[in-house]
Write a protein that binds this ligand. Structure first.
Ligand SMILES: C[S@@+](CC[C@H](N)C(=O)[O-])C[C@H]1O[C@@H](n2cnc3c(N)ncnc32)[C@H](O)[C@@H]1O
Length: 218
């Protein structure tokens, strides 16, 4: 239940991905590394996806739908069904092409892309220049940032900042209901936007607070 007085201008979020259980066979270093990466996400409750009820709550928080949601390939249909079929939104897709993805391609393509879907209905999207208007970002997974902020799925701050520049004005209110290490919140602060973040894990709440207070730039 949402208080009808509370409205946000933009939701930019990175909910848990919907991931099938992984049992990487074999004893090779690669198999161990794949299994380790999956177990790390599972232990952090990052493999169960989210529900349509949760999306309903997000929509209720906006006068105009203006939402960026990170997801994996499997979840794209789930989100399109909800935002396009049900809410008749316009949409776009931002890609983070990971230049150093894990070399895992047995009977499949590399998992070298992350998807950020953008849905709007009356929402604001006005890229300020050619650079912020692009939809594909080629960036490595930053292992140092993952270690520094202790979060397994940290997103690149430069991408998040561009999305915020394109879809909000200074002073607007941005919500990230799955804040993780606080990348959306730090970007919002750096760009003079107001922000609200929710995070279920105390460990990550502490990291968010530190990053916001220190205004650490990554
Ligand atoms: C994919 S991560 C977000 C990472 C973030 N984009 C970053 O750059 O650090 C999702 C986060 O949502 C949190 N989470 C999962 N379920 C939640 C819930 N019901 N309420 C609030 N946070 C939740 C997890 O603890 C995790 O930190």
């Amino acid at each position: 239940m949402i208080d009808e007085g509370i409205k946000v201008d933009l939701i930019l979020t990175d909910p848990p991905y919907d991931m099938p259980s992984t049992k990487a066979g074999g004893k090779s270093e690669l198999a161990k590394s794949i299994q380790g990466a999956f177990d790390e996400l599972k232990n952090a409750n990052l493999t169960n996806g989210i529900t349509y009820e949760f999306l309903d709550l997000m929509v209720q928080l906006q006068d105009n739908i203006n939402i960026y949601i990170w997801c994996n390939l499997k979840q794209i249909k789930f989100y399109l069904d909800y935002f396009i079929d049900k809410h008749k939104c316009k949409w776009d897709e931002i890609i983070w092409y990971k230049t150093n993805a894990m070399p895992c391609f047995h009977n499949k393509y590399l998992t070298d892309k992350e998807y950020c879907l953008y849905f709007r209905k009356g929402g604001y999207c006005n890229p300020v220049n050619y650079e912020t208007a692009k939809t594909v970002y080629s960036l490595p997974i930053n292992i140092l940032d993952k270690k520094k902020y202790g979060h397994p799925t940290i997103k690149p701050l430069p991408i998040i900042k561009n999305l915020i520049i394109n879809s909000t004005h200074e002073g607007d209110l941005i919500l990230d209901p799955f804040a993780g290490s606080g990348t959306t919140l730090v970007a919002s602060k750096q760009l003079g936007r107001n922000y609200i973040g929710f995070e279920i894990d105390e460990k990550y709440v502490d990291i968010c607070r530190k990053r916001i207070n220190e205004e650490v730039s990554i």
